[in-house]
Write a protein that binds this ligand. Structure first.
Ligand code: NAD
Length: 402
């Protein structure tokens, strides 16, 4: 069948298998064009491996560092005529490319928060690797089911005062006002429980108890600080509280990992359009302004360029890393450059439908959104019939966890 984008609000309910594969090939090309990365970890576990920063981390680890990878993700296979989720197709393409290069690659599809998933991954590490050298925790989840069976949800809300801003309608390109009431204390606590450091800590503790962490093991978690125009909804909002919790968790993990000479790193990444970011109120306006300013500056990067630069120039250095006062590694220095931020601040309240394409790169934002779902990719014949069902070799969870 032919597949077209079906977009509603910030959601696209279809994905294109060949287009998603092309997007993965493009990312691989970016990494391979830079040449191999030497001295990097060779046994890499990525939690949240099928999209955005996690997929980019897996690609850099495998195709840049030549590492063996295990990837954990929560994706939907195709069902009848319904397409799979983009992350499913991208993982299928990654797996094919890894295998073609003779690189070990194992996939786990299911809930990373669950003890069953942790047990399944540990069992596989023990059987195949013994230990892991790098654990990239790159989960962005809307909800978490606790061991008790209760499900808590994260919210994207301001704290203390209402938020009002604007969002750009994807199809009509109309600017719409949005306003959000402040979060309740319970909503703040729930968001911290979903997106804070607790599950990261649980993973590292479970791996450590099983003797799976190698000497010198590194674990990373990606965070975002962003611009003052987005602070009310992001860094000073519910999600910001969860991100603050990552800093406290990293401090605890660093104590826990010290006997192994290991390290827990919170890494501040650039704002980019990913599945998770597309759900943040007001982000379409901010990212469209940001893309405009960074492209004009020649400093725009996607997830793959960010992670590639992180692996090549920061993460594995023994000294001279770019850190802030909280000890976080900073990869957002180009986003935070004064000329970029002053452009964003100056135009933030001036954008209207009349000047949308002059002041912002909404066209680039739209293209990124379509590419994320495998649409509008160069070289793909969108008239060609597609088979929606693509297989991924998966580690069976029931069998592994039992
Ligand atoms: P994304 O939506 O592109 O990817 C999220 C990943 O998590 C996917 O692989 C998905 O399958 C997986 N996932 C979600 N729920 C899961 C579950 N229950 N079990 C297993 N896997 C699950 O998100 P992203 O934007 O790449 O975010 C990853 C991290 O990077 C987050 O911590 C985010 O805050 C951070 N970050 C993002 C940005 C940005 O602008 N996108 C900037 C800085 C930091």
């Amino acid at each position: 069948m032919k597949i077209e984008p079906k977009i509603k609000g910030f959601l696209c309910t279809t994905a294109h298998p060949a287009g998603c594969a092309a997007e993965v090939h493009q990312q691989i090309q970016v990494v391979e064009n830079q040449g191999p990365i030497s001295g990097a970890p060779q046994r890499v576990l990525v939690i949240g491996a099928s999209g955005g920063y996690g997929l980019a981390s897996r690609i850099v680890a495998a195709m840049g560092c030549g590492a063996q990878t295990m990837g954990v993700f929560f994706e939907r296979p195709a069902k009848g005529a319904r397409t799979a989720s983009p992350g499913w197709y991208k993982t299928a393409a990654f797996t094919e490319e890894a295998e073609r290069r003779g690189l070990y690659c194992k996939n786990f599809n299911g809930d990373a928060f669950s003890t069953d998933m942790k047990a399944a991954v540990i069992k596989e590490i023990q059987a195949d690797w013994g230990q892991v050298d790098l654990v990239v925790y790159s989960l962005a989840a809307p909800a978490r089911t606790l061991a008790s069976g209760e499900t808590v949800r994260s919210t994207l809300k301001p704290i203390g005062a209402p938020f009002s801003g604007a969002t750009i309608d994807f199809n009509s390109e109309e600017l719409r006002s949005i306003s959000l009431d402040p979060a309740t204390d319970q909503e703040v606590a729930d968001t911290v429980q979903v997106m804070g450091g607790e599950d990261w800590q649980d993973w590292i503790t479970a791996l450590s108890r099983a003797g799976c962490l190698a000497e010198g093991c590194i674990t990373t978690n990606y965070t975002y600080l962003g611009s003052e125009v987005t602070w009310p909804i992001y860094y000073h909002g519910t999600i910001g509280r969860a991100k603050e919790d990552l800093d406290r968790t990293a401090a605890r993990l660093n104590e826990q990992l010290a006997p192994l000479a290991g390290k827990a790193e919170v890494v501040v990444m650039k704002g980019l359009l990913t599945q998770a970011a597309s759900a943040i109120p007001g982000m379409s306006l901010y990212l469209s302004l940001l893309f405009k300013a960074m492209k004009a500056n020649g400093t725009h990067e996607g997830c793959i360029e960010q992670v590639d630069r992180l692996f090549r120039t920061q993460l594995f250095l023994k000294e001279d890393q770019r850190r802030d006062d909280e000890g976080r590694l900073r990869m957002d220095e180009l986003e935070m450059a004064e000329e970029v931020q002053s452009y964003v601040r100056e135009h933030w309240s001036k954008v209207s439908e009349a000047n949308l394409h002059e002041f912002t790169d909404f066209a680039g934002y739209k293209a990124a959104f379509l590419h994320m779902h495998g649409f509008s990719m160069p070289g793909i014949d969108y008239e060609a019939e597609q088979i929606v069902d693509r297989a991924i070799p998966l580690v069976s969870l029931d069998e592994e966890a039992s």
